[in-house]
Write a protein that binds this ligand. Structure first.
Ligand code: SF4
Length: 365
């Protein structure tokens, strides 16, 4: 497995001790004596006092508790951007990796401990309710919104619960999105073709500076190949695309590497999306990642309140990356993430329908 995520303390919400996920986690850190607490806040209240970097420090503290609200939420999308109609399954928040552009640095600013929900079985009844309410829809559900889907998988064992639940349910698609090679649990199952294992892709030049703790690009492709051979479908997300001197060579190299090792027919989809961030993240990046190249480009503020590269730069980068993908795999399902209708038209000469079936994302209107 990837290196065991470093933890220096574990907090367990009273009543959560006997869940299987809790026991999995505790068994991997036998040298840490867990503290039983009555609320999650006890795991993080002092972080800002004891550390100049509460976000970094929070990644070393694990809180295990029960999800008392909904596990499942419809992805809210972004104002005026094309929505890819996705449901988010929230099994954990915070992440053991440390990407300079990670939105969680802001989102979890006041609550930065790693949090794992142990009552995973309760999410299945929510999914079944959703299926009943939309019997004719193919539903796409992902766990990688508030954490990396697999970063904690080998210690928590989420996919040992998820994959058997999703296996054979033809109207459900589970997407696990990662930058790791933590696939040991996935390799126990065969032919889970409605489970899509997705890797975020960047050249090593970006990974080294901006994605601390993440696997190198070759390792990601090798893990994807192993999953493909077990019958999973694979996805790749060129997101966030980061422009730097030599980016063309870097991203072209990643595209070539993918298609040298992965059968294009086994790829469910590929997304491309430029770097975007709220202006307030700038300060966090400067403080936590002084060597980052994220802030060196020219960015403008969009209608959704996020900074992006100039439109002309984005269009030129998308055309090149989509062109390299299409040259290698002419029928690959490629989409843009969080981009406007105008940019979709410039790249694909069409705008996707808002879909009931994920396939319709790739049909134009
Ligand atoms: S892998 Fe994802 S969730 Fe984890 S730090 Fe990086 S961007 Fe954030």
């Amino acid at each position: 497995m990837d290196k065991l995520p470093y933890l220096n303390s574990i907090f367990i919400e009273k009543g959560s001790e006997n869940y299987r996920i809790t026991q999995n986690l505790l068994s991997r850190y036998p040298w840490i004596k867990p503290k039983i607490v009555s609320a999650g806040s006890e795991a993080f209240w002092d972080l800002a006092k004891i550390s100049a970097d509460p976000i970094g420090e929070g990644k070393k503290r694990l809180f295990i508790g029960r999800q008392k609200g909904d596990f499942l939420k419809k992805c809210p999308g972004t104002k005026n951007m094309v929505c890819c109609n996705y449901y988010v399954l929230n099994l954990a928040t915070q992440c053991s990796l440390d990407c300079s552009y990670c939105i969680l640095q802001e989102y979890l600013r006041n609550n930065p401990a790693l949090k794992v929900f142990c009552n995973i079985k309760d999410c299945f009844s929510e999914i079944e309710d959703l299926v009943r309410s939309r019997p004719n829809a193919a539903l796409r559900i992902g766990t990688g919104e508030f954490t990396d889907s697999l970063a904690l998988d080998e210690i928590a064992g989420f996919s040992n619960e998820l994959v058997p639940f999703f296996l054979g349910r033809k109207n459900l698609i589970l997407e696990l999105k990662t930058k790791t090679t933590s696939i040991a649990n996935l390799l126990k199952y065969d032919n889970a073709s409605n489970v899509v294992v997705a890797w975020s892709m960047n050249p090593d030049a970006v990974i080294e500076l901006e994605e601390e703790g993440a696997a190198k690009v070759k390792e990601r492709v090798e893990a994807a190949r192993e999953c493909m051979e077990k019958g999973y479908r694979i996805a790749f997300h060129f997101d966030p695309v980061i422009l730097y001197d030599g980016w063309e060579e870097g991203y072209k190299g990643v595209v070539d590497l993918i298609f040298r090792h992965i059968d294009a027919r086994k790829i469910a989809w590929i997304s491309v999306g430029g770097l975007r961030f709220r202006p307030s993240l700038k300060e966090v990046i400067r403080e936590r990642f002084p060597k980052s190249r994220l802030l060196t480009g020219e960015h403008i503020l969009g209608e959704d309140g996020k900074m992006r590269y100039l439109k002309s730069l984005r269009i030129s980068a998308y055309r090149k990356i989509v062109g390299w993908i299409r040259a290698a795999a002419p029928s690959a399902r490629v989409y843009l993430c969080m981009e406007s209708r105008e940019i979709w038209r410039k790249i694909f000469y069409m705008v996707p329908k808002c879909q009931e079936k994920p396939d319709l994302l790739f049909d134009g209107e």
